[in-house]
Design a binder for this molecule. Structure first.
Ligand SMILES: *Cc1c(COP(=O)(O)O)cnc(C)c1O
Length: 374
């Protein structure tokens, strides 16, 4: 039986092995490991890639979101609107600055925050909206930007899953006042460890966040703010500069894989495939299907050597960490339904059409044989 991993770095990393080793040697021989030329070079390259004037490299995606909120002076007493079906990090960042996350249900088709529900959640305390480009698809940024403008709210994009996605041709990570992204190894652009960045077109906010990530200091031993140690390493920056050159090519492969999946799975009525908004692009960080028979399908795939994952099995409002928000089962029915029915299939650059056909045959067998009714 052939085994198919959920995520396999090997094809990507084999192809760039020599370049990555050279990047390592360059940093190793420079004897300079924190806040140097490699971070600067990567920040310039990523800013160019994301079509923004400023990129600030930081320690990870969660810290990037935290610093974006802090840089915009969001704090105690403020409310920040976040999707009810996001990864916990979006809420944690809001909690770190002392603000309250306000959950808003997503659209049932795209799984991204539903602009119609955002307006209903706005109060006099609302300061910002955090759209999450979930699974790699850009949110409806036309409507979200219009709401922000009308109510004078900040936008902080959580772009951890959508490097290179667009809405009406404009890149995610370039809409908001300050946006966070992650370079966690498994993300579409991943370091060989933790990493993240803030992207912004506002020079003043960029300057402040640069200080905040490095002890509140611009000049060594002069501290303007009560800052943090949330820097991106030289080593990770050097690796990311190499990998960024291949991101477009890897994204194309993800789209190709998604196409193969859709073509082959389109005729299974019990299976809901990803739907992309006509004005959005999807970079398929994850390929998420849904079915009422999710657990049985996952077991069937596992028994056949195919690894899958669930993003995410428990929505934030049902996590013990957020018991203080006072929610119970049934409060966010769309987020709960998604959590109960979603399944992420394997997707990684280098996957072959043969890999896909093994997976889709296994899924087709499951539904054909009526396993799901047993
Ligand atoms: C990965 C992720 C984060 C956090 O990034 P880290 O680098 O792991 O801290 C935040 N939000 C979303 C939506 C993510 O997927």
């Amino acid at each position: 039986m052939s085994k198919i991993q959920f995520l396999n770095f090997e094809p990507m990393h084999l192809a760039i092995r020599t370049e990555m080793q050279e990047a390592f040697q360059q940093v190793y021989d420079s004897n300079w490991f924190i806040m140097g030329q490699c971070v600067e070079t990567f920040e310039e390259a990523y800013a160019r890639f994301n079509e923004v004037t400023n990129c600030i490299g930081v320690s990870n995606g969660l810290d990037a979101l935290h610093l974006a909120l802090k840089g915009l002076r969001i704090g105690a007493g403020d409310e920040v609107i976040v999707p009810s079906n996001t990864y916990i990090a979006t809420l944690l960042a809001v909690s770190y600055v002392g603000a309250t996350p306000v959950l808003v249900e997503p659209d049932f088709a795209t799984y991204n925050i539903n602009p119609k529900n955002i307006e209903l959640a706005i109060t006099s305390k609302t300061k910002a909206i955090m759209p999450v480009h979930l699974y790699g698809q850009a949110c409806d940024m036309d409507e979200i930007m219009a709401i922000a403008k009308k109510h004078k709210l900040y936008i902080i994009e959580d772009n951890a899953q959508a490097h290179g996605a667009t809405f009406k041709g404009k890149l995610t990570g370039s809409f908001g006042d300050a946006n966070g992204t992650s370079f966690y190894p498994g993300k579409n652009l991943g370091a060989l460890g933790d990493g993240g960045a803030i992207t912004t077109n506002d020079e003043g906010i960029a300057k402040k966040i640069r200080m905040l990530r490095n002890y509140g200091s611009e000049k060594k031993y002069h501290h303007e703010l009560i800052g943090y140690n949330m820097r991106l390493d030289e080593m990770q920056a050097a690796f990311l500069t190499v990998k960024l050159k291949y991101l477009h090519q890897w994204t194309q492969q993800r789209k190709q894989i998604a196409n193969w999946y859709v073509k082959a799975l389109d005729n299974i009525p019990e299976l809901i495939l990803p739907i992309t908004h006509p004005d959005a692009t999807h970079v398929y960080h994850l390929f998420v299907v849904r079915t009422q028979h999710r657990n049985a399908l996952q077991n069937h795939l596992t028994e056949n050597g195919i690894s899958t994952m669930i993003h995410y099995p428990i929505p934030p409002h049902l996590q013990n960490a957020y018991a203080s928000l006072g929610f119970t089962k049934g409060d966010f029915p769309i987020a709960e339904e998604l959590a109960n029915t979603c399944l992420s299939l394997p997707i990684w650059p280098g996957m072959t059409e043969e890999n896909i056909s093994i997976i889709v045959n296994c899924i087709s067998d499951f539904f054909k044989n009526g396993n799901h009714n047993s």
